[in-house]
Write a protein that binds this ligand. Sequence first.
Ligand code: SF4
Length: 164
Amino acid sequence: MDEVTVSSLAARLSEAGTTLLGRSLAVRHVDAGSCGGCEIALAAAAVLRGGLTRYGVTLVDDPRAADVLLVTGVVTRALAEAVTRTLAAMAPPRFVVAVGDCAVDGGVFKGAPSVLGGAERVVAVDLLIAGCPPSPGRIIAGLVALLEANAAPVRRSRRVEPRA
Ligand code: SF4
């Protein structure tokens, strides 16, 4: 995905976030058993640190300040509580995004004894972004699609699939 397209998606993300929330989009990331590949994709998308902050996306540590819970990894039995407790601390409107095949359904680790098999096994998920890992552009497009689908009128979760 070229820089012009990424910039366009980021601008739409900022606009949709402002429409829905009246401010920038705050994202809380939880690694629930990732290999690290999806974190590299997230970093490349500049969702986690730096780049997209200029478009109104901020990584936050406090779940009480978060609008989006972004889950990566297979969701192991040991880390399931980290996902559920983080979501429980978030105020509505709040959205859950599963990033990567592992967070979608366990991916290549599906069926392993310690693996629950994706975020939907423990919380309601608003958006599934498949890929191993998904491309940075697909992650950005997914966040855009989620916010635009929920921007007006404000309403609770509707699952959408990213177009890129
Ligand atoms: S989806 Fe692929 S890159 Fe992401 S955590 Fe799973 S194995 Fe790693």
